[in-house]
Design a protein around this ligand. Structure first.
Ligand code: SAM
Length: 291
């Protein structure tokens, strides 16, 4: 387990993913009934942007840094910035006063929970899972466990609330991660077919992504959206050229928010216009499988 998210926290991919989960949770809150969030690859929970790891790559500067420097507030981004403020003692982040702490996905989720909602977070790395346990120690709304994220899907689904979101955000260190992600989704969907599943994937080379989409479409599951943000054409398979999210059972209206989010983040991050992304669609947000 070599991947450490501390080098990448607050980069363009985090902003995209975290804005989307903040939006999904906002939609879930439109109903009064409680929900659960399951975060299968949760990371540390919060990241120090002044630490050596973050300083060494500087990735957050071209992610969160650019967002703070822009006046645009695409859907989900204002919600994300609230979560950023929450881990910085309520201090509103600005370009002139960038925050010290950036929230990981469990902190973004936690910022959205109501008193009746719960968060389940799995992390396998020994040090990171200990840090995550400390982060949420004494918080009765959060369950943290050191375990494999795909096992967590089997252990925690369905939640007793029977409503909620499952985030699957693996590090893609394994050669077979796309296959594992697909299997994890099938396992989760079998247990919790009404849940909203959000899966993150890197776009280095187009081929494995297209294969993943094809396999998703063949599962028989309905209502699957894909949304992608490409910084450059995916011609160098050694580089993170962009990233995508697959959302199963997206809340109604999420699709139009996503289109707006991708377009506006695209401008903030100088991304490649969607029609050149090569997935054969004229948009960077599309239905892999319809109703
Ligand atoms: C991309 S990072 C997660 C970032 C986090 N979801 C966020 O958005 O803030 C992936 C995390 O998965 C952890 N990890 C790696 N293999 C895992 C596994 N099999 N099960 C659970 N966690 C794992 C890594 O240690 C790393 O912290």
């Amino acid at each position: 387990m070599n991947y450490r998210h501390a080098f990448h926290a607050g980069n363009f991919a985090d902003i995209f993913k975290h804005a989307v989960i903040a939006l999904v949770l906002e939609y879930l809150k439109q109903k009064d009934t409680p929900f659960a969030v399951v975060d299968t690859h949760a990371g540390l929970g919060r990241y120090d942007l002044t630490a050596d790891e973050a300083e060494r790559t500087g990735e957050w500067r071209s992610g969160l840094g650019r967002v703070l420097a822009s006046s645009a507030r695409p859907p989900g981004v204002a919600l994300l910035l609230k979560a950023v403020a929450a881990v910085n003692g309520g201090q509103k982040p600005t370009a002139a006063r960038p925050p010290r702490w950036y929230p990981g996905s469990p902190r973004v989720a936690r910022a959205a929970l109501r008193a009746k909602d719960r968060l389940f977070a799995a992390e396998l790395h020994p040090e990171d899972s200990r840090a995550l346990e400390r982060e949420f120690g004494g918080d009765g709304h959060v369950v943290v466990k050191r375990m494999d994220g795909y096992e967590a899907i089997k252990a925690w689904l369905p939640p007793k609330e029977r409503r909620g979101m499952v985030l699957v955000d693996p590090p893609f260190e394994r050669k077979d991660e796309f296959a594992a992600l697909l299997k994890g989704l099938k396992d989760g969907y079998r247990r919790f077919a009404t849940g909203v599943f959000v899966l993150w994937y890197p776009i280095k080379d187009r081929r494995p992504v297209d294969g993943f989409h094809k396999n998703l479409a063949a599962t028989g599951m309905r209502r699957i959206l894909a949304a992608e943000l490409l910084l450059r054409p995916p011609s160098d398979p050694e580089t993170l050229n962009g990233c995508g999210l697959v959302i199963v059972n997206p809340p109604w209206k999420l699709e139009s928010d996503l289109a707006c989010l991708v377009a506006e983040l695209g401008e903030i991050f100088d991304a490649v216009p969607p029609k050149r992304s090569g997935h054969g669609q004229s948009s960077a947000v599309w239905r892999l499988v319809g109703e």
